[in-house]
Design a protein around this ligand. Structure first.
Ligand code: PLP
Length: 359
């Protein structure tokens, strides 16, 4: 095994293998405790993946009588499709709200206008690792008694002032997909919350709906974080802040030295409120730029080329007009950014971009 912290991870995996206990054991309990402590919530419930964390949270609110079929859930339009799938799978109605082109935050006025008597929740996605929470959103949720659910899949360790994202609303959903800032060696996810009833309901739903062994008052499912992944995550959690700091340092270098006039960078956030899961840049000539960088040996990705409301599986929303989200999807390119990059590699990206006078 190669990569960061390989020895420590191998040791943790070996301990689980030797224990002969692979599900619902000590490693999961320990990680749940450590992660709740890290995020700053009373509860952490490990589940199978990030989509399950989102889906089970909404399902639990339905079982608790706080959400009902057809209720409207506000959500930023430029998210990864999983956020929307969790809403529609629960027979709730996503209300797509456009974002501001510079901050990538929800447009507050559009958000306000989207609220109807059926609006019951706001799903706030800290996309790209940027904290999208602010006092206006907090006030809006309070005024309209909305459930505030964070999608923290891309923002482990991110701060809002002194508080971690994942502790700002009523519940927060996390993914530990290998590529995330805190990633397992396979699938994993979690919900964090201070709500005792919600935590209990999610545990029940994730365990076949059993209130006690083999007694099922509800139709649940099986969604577990396994012992090996939990042990790996517990090791990696110790290194998360250091790795995020390296991401932030690389981002600072990009913001300081990239001088490509045809590129737009989103508003710089440098107070721990961006953990740079992804470093997005925007240009109308996105495909040409990607081609150029690829020829120079620099691999880039696109997050995401088709917004959820324009997907074929969401035909009923295809006619919506969300101009900023649609433009971002046409123009976004993700520059390489991960904590294993060397200074020389970062410098090479900067120089290669700056060497291109026009895209
Ligand atoms: C990765 C991700 C998810 C889904 O997580 P999985 O573990 O892949 O199911 C949900 N929302 C966002 C914003 C994500 O980036």
């Amino acid at each position: 095994m190669t990569g960061l912290h390989a020895d420590e991870i191998q040791q943790a995996v070996a301990e689980v293998v030797d224990s002969g206990w692979y599900l619902q054991g000590k490693a999961v309990q320990q990680f749940e405790q450590h992660y709740a402590q890290y995020i700053g919530t009373r509860h952490c419930i490990g589940v199978a993946n990030g989509l399950d964390a989102l889906t089970l949270t909404l399902r639990a609110y339905k079982e608790m009588g706080l959400l009902h079929d057809g209720d409207e859930v506000l959500v930023q339009a430029n998210t990864f499709i999983a956020t929307i799938l969790a809403i529609t799978e629960n027979h709730l109605t996503p209300v797509f709200v456009d974002v501001a082109p510079d901050t990538l935050n929800l447009q507050t006025e559009a958000l306000r206008q989207a609220i109807t008597p059926k609006t019951k929740a706001l799903m706030l996605v800290h996309l790209y690792g940027r904290c999208t929470y602010n006092e206006e959103i907090e006030a809006l949720c309070e005024a309209h008694q909305l459930l505030l659910i964070e999608d923290n899949a891309q923002a482990h360790g991110c701060l809002h002032g002194e508080q971690r994202t994942g502790s700002l609303g009523h519940a927060a959903c996390h993914s530990f997909y290998p590529g995330k800032n805190l990633g397992a060696l396979g699938d994993g996810g979690a919900v964090t919350t201070n709500d005792d009833d919600l935590a209990q309901m999610i545990r029940t739903l994730a365990n076949y709906g059993f209130s006690q062994k083999y007694v099922a008052p509800m139709q649940g499912r099986n969604s577990r974080l396994d012992e090996i992944q939990a042990a790996v995550l517990d090791v990696k959690l110790h290194h998360l802040d250091t790795e995020n700091q390296r991401r932030i340092d690389i981002a600072r270098t990009y913001y300081t030295y990239i001088q490509q006039k045809d590129l737009r960078l989103p508003t710089f956030m440098d107070e721990g409120n961006n953990v740079y899961h992804i470093f997005p840049v925007f240009t109308p000539h996105r495909n040409a730029l990607q081609q150029y960088l690829s020829e120079q040996g620099i691999q880039t990705l696109i997050h995401y080329p088709i917004p959820p409301h324009q997907q074929a599986c969401y035909r009923e929303y295809n006619q919506l007009s969300l101009p900023v989200t649609e433009q971002l999807a046409r123009e976004e390119l993700s520059l390489p950014l991960n904590p294993t990059m060397t200074d020389a590699e970062v410098q090479y990206v900067v120089e290669t971009l700056n060497a291109k006078l026009a895209i």
